[in-house]
Design a protein around this ligand. Structure first.
Ligand code: C2E
Ligand code: MG
Ligand code: MG
Length: 591
């Protein structure tokens, strides 16, 4: 019995020790778990405040992720913890990434810093810069800790510090979103054909400058709305007045149809401050991989195509081709040369005689500018005036023309040649702040009487006739005459006659130079002259090249004529030399 008791006591003691050991072990385990839990809580607290993604990977699987990584990848922490690296990373066409991931999995790498394309929860892709470091634990598991962050953080920060890929004015994805999308498309699937259409709102700058920024924003919003109605999610607002539309696997013919539809959506006027505004757009198209081998170059070539379209086919579209770059480069060279020309004063004025058909004598001249380029020789205003308008040199050039023409004409007047002078005004000059002062001071400085000066204006699409008429009124009050040039070629000709204080009308040369047997032209010239006479406007016919033209114009009662028949535009010296022979020629022809 006693032996039994002893055994029992020993067994109870053993059990007690065992229990103590188990409870001690349990205590330590609970402690460890608590510590781990607390540790995790602390890690979470710290890492969740980070603006970059953070993770811990053990044996290839995520064991810890912070909130930011969940946002970046679009997966919940629970889902991520059931995933391995290779489940999130896009390995397609990205051999470099595959190798890195393998090295990580097999512990061959201690640290990485790689740009890795990740497939997000919603199927979209994001390019992350991943930095990771191997740490060893006691059991030598392969544990990696690391961070992941989007590229170009600076780009992403919007005013309130939150990240935004959306443009606040148009509420469309912006340039960064486009670049990302292109990068992923081109990296993920180089076999895919992409077409990028850039759309430029033609008069955006004019609206901003003349009506105001609010109106400009309104125009942008309406343009965004129309583009979105046509092309939905494909539309991006790239910058300023430029939108981009990204197409996949489309032919040129498909794109032409899309562009036609887009063009049509801009035919209805846009309401800006209760006024209908007729807007036009220009588009440029480029293809990947045909025209560009990367997303960035695809954007560049679409923009080049749009620039080319603007210079050559305003209001339409252009497909990119390598010749475009060459032509744009030449234009850029000309632009540089033109800036120099202003500084070096490489301009000269030519004067083309205007003949009074009744009196048979030269009564005036039109001042026409020429650029004497040091290498290319004489360049016609048809080429450089539009360029000067575009790059903001027209005001300077216009001022030089005005002062020179007034001075020269005054000199001729002083020599007994009592002639007038006509100076061309570019539409930009007409809206120039100090135009009236410029005209006034040119007259005062030269001493030319105001009635000897005519200013030639042309019709300008979209111009505000009310503003124009006020400007012209002020000029008329000084005493200068306003002449409407190239009459009959615009859409608004009759409104100009009705609303502006005009003295003279110049029939466009296309009506005169045309075939005299063209009954329509003959009838139109007769009508224009009759209308002008009725309105007490002096009529000038341009482009008079033959004696037949003169006979016809005399019959219609046209007052003045100008054209190669009498003289081409001549420099000041030759103009004076040629006056007597020209007068002689006219008297023989007319009398
Ligand atoms: P415009 O004012 O209509 O000038 C008439 C143009 O027709 C001139 O061309 C002249 O040389 C040309 N022309 C004259 N008679 C005949 C003819 O019988 N037959 C033909 N085929 N052509 C004739 P140009 O000098 O090349 O000027 C072209 C345009 O450039 C001008 O058209 C005018 O709009 C602009 N321009 C010229 N000088 C100036 C300037 O100083 N300032 C501004 N803003 N524009 C200017
Ligand atoms: Mg003219
Ligand atoms: Mg003209």
């Amino acid at each position: 019995m006693s032996g039994d008791n002893e055994w029992l006591i020993n067994f109870a003691a053993f059990l007690a020790i065992l229990l103590s050991i188990v409870s001690l072990l349990m205590f330590f385990r609970i402690q460890r778990l608590r510590k781990k839990e607390e540790g995790e809580k602390i890690i979470k607290k710290i890492t969740d405040t980070l603006h970059i993604g953070a993770f811990i990977i053990n044996k290839g699987a995520f064991i810890y992720v912070n909130n930011r990584l969940c946002e970046l990848t679009g997966y919940s922490a629970e889902t991520l913890k059931q995933m391995k690296w290779q489940d999130v990373v896009s390995l397609q066409n990205f051999e470099g990434t595959a190798a890195v991931i393998n090295d990580l999995r097999e512990g061959r790498t201690n640290a990485i810093e790689e740009r890795i394309v990740v497939i997000r929860g919603d199927g979209s892709r994001v390019s992350l810069v991943v930095k990771s470091q191997k740490i060893s634990d006691m059991r030598h598991s392969l544990i990696y800790v690391g961070t992941a962050d989007v590229e170009d953080r600076a780009y992403l920060q919007s005013g309130d510090g939150k990240e935004s890929l959306i443009d606040p004015v148009t509420e469309l994805p912006g340039s960064l979103a486009l670049r990302r999308q292109l990068e992923h498309e081109t990296i993920e699937n180089p076999a895919l054909s992409l077409a990028l259409v850039f759309v430029d709102i033609d008069s955006m700058n004019r609206v901003n400058d003349t009506i105001g920024r609010d109106a400009g924003d309104k125009l942008l919003q309406e343009a965004a709305k129309r583009l979105k109605e046509c092309e939905g999610e494909r539309v991006y607002h790239y910058r300023g007045d430029e939108f981009a539309i990204l197409f996949k696997n489309r032919t040129r013919a498909d794109l032409k149809m899309h562009m036609k539809r887009i063009m049509n959506s801009f035919t209805a006027p846009i309401q800006i401050h209760d006024t209908p505004w007729y807007e036009s757009i220009t588009m440029g198209v480029s293809f990947f991989p045909g025209d560009a081998d990367s997303g960035g170059r695809l954007i560049d070539s679409a923009i080049a195509a749009i620039h080319y379209a603007k210079k050559n086919s305003r209001g339409k579209y252009e497909f990119y081709n390598p010749g475009i770059i060459n032509s744009l480069r030449k234009r850029l060279e000309l632009e540089m040369d033109l800036r120099h020309a202003v500084k070096r004063n490489e301009f000269t004025l030519h004067y083309q005689p205007q003949i009074d058909l009744k009196a048979g004598t030269v009564v005036g001249s039109e001042a026409l500018i020429r650029w004497i380029h040091p290498i290319r020789g004489v360049i016609s205003p048809g080429i450089f005036i539009p360029l000067a308008e575009e790059i903001g040199l027209i005001e300077q050039i216009g001022e030089w023309v005005m002062r020179t023409a007034c001075k020269q004409t005054k000199q001729w007047n002083d020599q007994g040649l009592l002639i007038n002078v006509s100076v061309n005004l570019s539409p930009k000059q007409l809206f120039q702040e100090n135009l009236v002062d410029l005209v006034q001071s040119s007259l005062t400085e030269s001493g030319l009487p105001a009635e000897r000066l005519q200013l030639e204006i042309t019709e300008t699409a979209g111009a505000d006739l009310f503003v124009m008429s006020q400007k012209l009124q002020a000029l008329e009050e000084i005493g200068v005459g306003i002449s409407i040039d190239d009459f009959g070629t615009g859409y608004n000709s009759l409104n100009y006659l009705k609303q502006l204080p005009l003295r003279q009308l110049k029939i466009d040369q296309s009506f005169i130079r045309g075939n005299r047997h063209d009954h329509q032209d003959v009838a139109l010239v007769r009508m224009i002259v009759a209308l002008a006479n009725e309105l007490n406007l002096q009529v000038v016919a341009e482009g008079v090249e033959s004696a037949e033209h003169v006979q016809f114009l005399k019959q219609t009662n046209c007052a003045l004529a100008q054209g190669y028949l009498f003289a081409r535009p001549l420099n000041a010296e030759r103009f004076v030399e040629q006056l007597a022979p020209i007068n002689q020629q006219i008297s023989e022809m007319i009398m």
